[in-house]
Design a protein around this ligand. Sequence first.
Ligand code: MD6
Ligand code: FE
Length: 219
Amino acid sequence: MYNLSLFDDPSAGLPKREDLTEGVVLLRHFALEKSASLISSVATVTTLAPFRHLMIPGGLRMTVAMSNCGPIGWTSNRKGGYRYVTHDPDTDLPWPPMPELFVELACQAASEAGFADFMPDACLINRYAPGTRLSMHQDINERDFNAPIVSVSLGLPATFQLGGWRRQDVSIQVPLVHGDVLVWGGPARLRYHGVRTLKDGFHPNTGRFRINLTFRQAA
Ligand code: MD6
Ligand code: FE
């Protein structure tokens, strides 16, 4: 079980900023101060656009639950495949607006990592329960691969797998904890990546969940 204690901060002593590979910057605890507000905004957004387990083209359901906010949102179903849409297919309503706090944080993180002028139009919200995982994939549904992706981790810790440009390439394991921000772009933009099976635990801010926000310039 993972429980937060003052005495076992897994990122204690690690650098605040780390270049993991060309184009991937880990900003440790970058979102920590805003984390409580981020989590309450996630609750508001997902009241309007509830978390759901999307079906992938092969007919399987994802174990990770997803929602979106912003002008466009990522979705998938059996027939249409992976794509961005302006309306939530479950409610036929536009996705909830992206909270100002989200935009601010994403732009600050991008700029800190060396990507000026980042302006997200999509925020995908992933929710992991213990036992769930995200298999290795590339993010290829965005229009312009020159824009980075900003990824914010909240709640239970996870191991992020950072792979190469082919699915079978070896990956490095990156531990991500509450408040960490990963900025992902440039030559790394099309690397395979995934999230290993979440371990059980309890986090004071999210309970038995990990929440991940990925900000994209998708349209
Ligand atoms: C996650 N993240 O951390 C899943 N994709 O829950 C992603 O799939 C991801 O963190 C592109 C860029 C950064 C990411
Ligand atoms: Fe991804």
